[in-house]
Design a protein around this ligand. Structure first.
Ligand code: ADP
Ligand code: MG
Length: 696
């Protein structure tokens, strides 16, 4: 297919197809549900289901699946065929009930202890705000997932609820400000996705990549990213073919894939879509990650989504560009030409500033994973300290409000290229600050601390909820004001004064910032266990319970699940290292030492005059290191066994894994990598960093 507009969305049961295929009244009823959140009638669902099925069968489908996002961090699907017995044969049927509700056996999905395994049942419920689509002969229906007794067990439900909350509070504020025509506010998200591509044959030779998604051993290649020659560099043929295929697959599924380029590290790339509602953006990002992996396979490649597949070069993140827009088409974070006079903008900005300051711990927690711990604070990603960047102009405006002084805008400057054939253009009023975790970028905030593999549902439900909470507080403070303008101005100033500590426009990578942030009372939570120690802080529990996003039990379950996942991941990494150390590295180094020894002995037998110092030095060095390596392998194994003592207390268990198991893994790796640099290539049991990063 060559024509993109025709290809786009051809696998999606989108608005156009609904209009074509549904009776007018059904279409209208469904639209009301999608746009205004009105409950859906079963008779409407029956008609929609039948039309969906007819379309899906035309598209070659035999099955349908409720597609959901349990707490595993990946999507889940269970396929049922449309067949219904009919006399001797079958007919293809799909009812409204089947569309609306599914009952997957939920016993093996993580529930954080809120549900016993004998209560195996769970429900999936159709989310009509995210369109159904066709993939590999099945009709995919995006759904939310809960337990038989109604506990929320997925990533979508809290997100949908948080969007509703934010809309309700934002609309109330807008009505106070006189914008009574606004009836709904949606949160929008555009997630930029980074990834690595490596050759499948090489990948298959690395147990660590296969089991953990990252290299657990591997000496640095002589070349890394120091020449900056990969970033935005010309895209290699094999990668370009992959990207073209990927774009087409995504377009067919209605994903607005827009930008693609090479990233900083060798073999690292990025894809950015055009933004859409948080809910669809989340589904699409999950889909994008899956399609990336499947498309890579077809090209003899493997797409690595781990946050840190290779030590010594940049890892992969995800930038969550986030904003708010009204059903009347207004972006609430757009400052307009005269932000100093735009009270509405300043009020929403103040709400975000207050939210990020008060819930900095939650923002840190929501990006905390075993993989992302390798990046945050490592001068390749924002630090573990959450702060906000407003840029020069907005920063000055906020400062002038705090100081009670008049603000003089200098407007947009023209950029002069100084070359006649090149057009002059308007310069953005502030440069980009690439080091800030939460940066204002013109008409949206860019939350940059996310890891590449993360489901963006979690950071977004937290962000939406905290901003909804602040808007709710603002509404209470303003609702009875006699002079609304004066009250709003006062509230904006008060908020900026009280929360200015979270605003930092400088270099987040600088050591001085760590000190400065401490003086300001900002948190610096360096790892998963340190961050999750704040998860159950009362103010955080209150935030979600009060706003009806999750119950306290559901909230606690989320904490337990994430901590358990962390422990399991480090445990798997440690066991994989031990396996590689014992079965591959130790025998390989030993064999090489033996060859060196044979060579030295043969030389000596030939003549005592032949020098054998090269062999002897290497034998000495490698033999010493091997002793150390074998000892450290045993120490790591001990550390893993002792971890069991902490089972039962997930936070203590996670802290133990971080402080003991992970620390031992680092030590073991250092010795292993050092032996790699002294061992002959033909003896080394795995493809090297040079092979992995520079072979495509
Ligand atoms: P960067 O300079 O950070 O690499 P990109 O242009 O690659 O920026 O990505 C910016 C992302 O921000 C895109 O996904 C874009 O669609 C998204 N974006 C733009 N406007 C909004 C908005 N109002 N709400 C949410 N996301 C937005
Ligand atoms: Mg970005």
């Amino acid at each position: 297919m060559s024509k993109v507009p025709e290809m786009f969305g051809c696998m999606v049961f989108n608005d156009k197809k609904m209009q074509e295929r549904l009776p007018k009244s059904t279409y209208k009823a469904l639209k009301k549900t999608i746009q205004d959140g009105e409950p859906l009638d079963i008779s409407v669902a029956n008609v929609v289901a039948s039309a969906m099925k007819d379309w899906a069968i035309e598209m070659g489908c035999t099955h349908y699946t409720h597609w959901f996002q349990p707490m595993t961090g990946v999507t889940a699907e269970k396929h049922d065929s449309f067949i219904q017995p009919n006399g001797d044969g079958v007919i293809m049927e799909f009812s409204g009930k089947e569309l609306i509700k599914g009952e997957p056996d939920a016993s093996s999905f993580p529930s954080g202890g809120i549900r016993a395994t004998f209560e195996a049942r769970g429900y999936t419920t159709w989310d009509p705000t995210s369109p159904a689509f066709v993939r590999d002969g099945s009709l995919y229906i995006p759904t939310a997932f809960c337990s038989y007794t109604g506990e929320v067990l997925d990533k979508k439900t809290p997100l949908l609820r948080s969007m509703e909350r934010l809309s309700a509070e934002a609309v109330k504020i807008l009505h106070l400000l006189g914008k009574t025509e606004v009836t709904r506010v949606v949160t929008t998200v555009g997630p930029e996705q980074e990834y690595f591509l490596i050759d499948k044959e090489l990948y298959d030779q690395r147990e660590d990549l296969k089991l953990t998604g990252r290299t657990l051993f591997g000496a640095k290649a002589p070349k890394g990213q120091e020449l900056d020659d990969h970033y935005f560099g010309s895209i290699k043929t094999r990668v370009a073919a992959f990207m073209k295929d990927l774009d087409e697959e995504l377009w067919k599924l209605g994903v607005l894939a827009k930008t693609k380029h090479n990233e900083v590290a060798p073999s690292q790339h990025e894809l950015a879509p055009i933004f859409t509602t948080s809910n669809i953006a989340t589904d699409h990002n999950e889909l994008t990650m899956e399609i990336m992996q499947k498309t890579a396979e077809r090209h003899g490649l493997v797409c690595l989504l781990h946050e840190k597949p290779f030590a010594g070069v940049n890892g992969s993140g995800k930038h969550n560009n986030w904003s708010l827009s009204t059903n009347t088409g207004e972006n609430l974070l757009s400052p307009g030409k005269r932000p100093e006079e735009n009270l509405q903008f300043l009020l929403f900005l103040a709400a975000v500033v207050k939210a990020v300051h008060e819930y900095q711990d939650l923002l840190r927690i929501t990006v905390a994973t075993a993989g992302n711990d390798h990046r945050l604070g490592a001068n390749e990603a924002p630090p573990a300290i959450i702060s906000m960047y407003l840029g020069d102009d907005l920063g000055k405006l906020v400062q002038s409000i705090i100081d009670g002084e008049e603000y003089v805008s200098h407007g947009k400057e023209r950029m002069q290229t100084g070359v006649d054939v090149l057009a002059d253009f308007k310069k953005d009023t502030s440069d980009r600050n690439r080091t800030s975790p939460f940066a204002f970028t013109g008409n949206k905030f860019e939350f940059r601390a996310l890891g590449s593999a993360l489901n963006i549902g979690c950071p977004n439900y937290m962000l939406n909820t905290m901003v909804a909470e602040e808007l709710g507080q603002f509404y209470e403070a303003l609702k009875d004001a006699k002079d609304m303008d004066a009250a709003v101005q006062g509230l904006i100033r008060k908020t900026f004064i009280e929360h200015q500590a979270i605003i930092f426009n400088g270099d987040n990578y600088a050591d001085e910032w760590v000190e400065e942030a401490k003086r300001r009372g900002l948190l610096n939570l360096k790892s998963v266990p340190e961050a999750y120690a704040h998860f159950m802080d009362q103010k955080n529990v209150d935030l979600f319970v009060k706003n009806n996003i999750v119950t306290e039990a559901e909230y606690r379950a989320r904490c337990e699940i994430e901590l358990e996942t962390y422990c399991k991941q480090i445990n798997i990494e440690a066991l994989t290292m031990i396996d590689m150390a014992r079965k591959d590295i130790t025998p390989a180094v030993s064999a090489f030492v033996r060859e060196l020894t044979d060579t030295a002995l043969a030389k000596k037998a030939l003549s005592a005059a032949i020098p054998t110092s090269v062999e002897e030095n290497l034998i000495m060095s490698l033999s010493n290191k091997l002793v150390c390596f074998v000892n450290k392998t045993a120490e790591l194994e001990d550390a893993v066994i002792k971890a069991d003592e902490y089972a039962g207390d997930n936070l203590a268990h996670a802290a133990y894994f971080r402080e003991n198991v992970f620390a031992k893994m680092q030590e073991l790796r250092a010795v292993g990598d050092s032996m790699e640099t002294e061992t002959a290539a033909e003896y080394w049991p795995f493809p090297t960093y040079t092979d992995l990063l520079f072979s495509i």
